[in-house]
Design a protein around this ligand. Structure first.
Ligand SMILES: Nc1ncnc2c1ncn2[C@@H]1O[C@H](COP(=O)(O)OP(=O)(O)OP(=O)(O)O)[C@@H](O)[C@H]1O
Length: 250
């Protein structure tokens, strides 16, 4: 569990607003995330969850408000600069190189590792190999290290993409529905994996599966129409009549 308080938060989102042709998808939103916290964002379709992640990673520009990550203002930065500042994002569908092996996918993702085109004279650095092997072990893919990514199960592909993020050591990882399409066993393993990752990183996760949310979340933020409907422990949020009315009851 996170032991921090609002005085040592790593991410401070304040009065964040984005309008699309006058429609406020995110409306004067403020929330704070502690270091090593797993924050889960839930809410009905169209609540603004994905847009919040898009704003944090710079894919969408805010109309108003601020996003401070380790006291650095992100709203003025370009996407690549936000990645460089330590923010990694995984999208809903795995974006891995299907014709490469697990090893090669991780190698490409390693900072200053081999480029996609690769060079024939490229010599593998032992420290890179070690980082790849450690990451593969964490994401349960040691035995598949030299398997072509295309042949992995859907769940294993999701883990590989998490691994591709992890190897870049972002301080903040943002995951959009990481267990979508996974089997029950894969979900359980993913919960263990995320709790393990949270020892060294901070995470924001969008998720619908409330069982999974209860297993991983330190704190849950419930969005509705671009605003916070409720926030607190998974238990507190689950029993909130407003949350039951607009989301869980459906
Ligand atoms: N680039 C855009 N232009 C116009 N409208 C947009 C844009 N991006 C998002 N929206 C709108 O903003 C609202 C919030 O969308 P968003 O995808 O963030 O919701 P969500 O909570 O992630 O929903 P879901 O669970 O369905 O993914 C929706 O009404 C969506 O149509």
């Amino acid at each position: 569990m996170s032991t921090g308080s609002n005085t040592d938060f790593i991410l401070a989102v304040e009065n964040l607003t984005v309008s699309f042709d006058g429609f406020k998808a995110v409306d004067d939103l403020s929330f704070y995330v502690d270091k090593n916290e797993i924050r889960v964002v839930i809410g009905p379709n169209g609540a603004g969850k994905t847009t919040v992640l898009d704003l944090i990673c710079g894919r969408t520009k805010a109309t108003e408000g601020s996003i401070r990550f380790r006291n650095k203002e992100l709203t003025r930065l370009k996407e690549h600069a936000i990645v460089k500042a330590g923010v990694g994002r995984k999208f809903q569908n795995p974006s891995i190189y299907t014709d490469l092996t697990v090893f090669e996918n991780l190698e490409i993702s390693y900072p200053s590792g081999r480029s996609v085109l690769g060079s024939l004279v490229f010599k593998r650095d032992p420290s890179v190999i070690e980082a790849i092997e450690q990451t593969a072990e964490r994401i349960f893919l040691t035995e598949q290290l030299h398997t072509q990514a295309d042949l992995l199960s859907h769940g294993q592909k999701q883990w590989l993409e998490i691994g591709m993020l992890l190897i870049q050591k972002p301080e903040l990882l943002m995951l959009d529905e990481p267990v979508a399409g996974m089997s029950v066993t894969e979900r359980q393993q993913t919960a263990i994996l995320l709790r393990e990752i949270a020892k060294e990183h901070t995470m924001i996760v969008i998720e619908h599966d409330m069982q999974f949310v209860a297993e991983i979340a330190d704190k849950v933020t419930v969005l509705h129409q671009g605003k916070i409907l409720a926030e607190g422990s998974p238990e507190k949020v689950k029993n909130d009549p407003k949350v039951i009315e607009v989301y869980l009851g459906h």
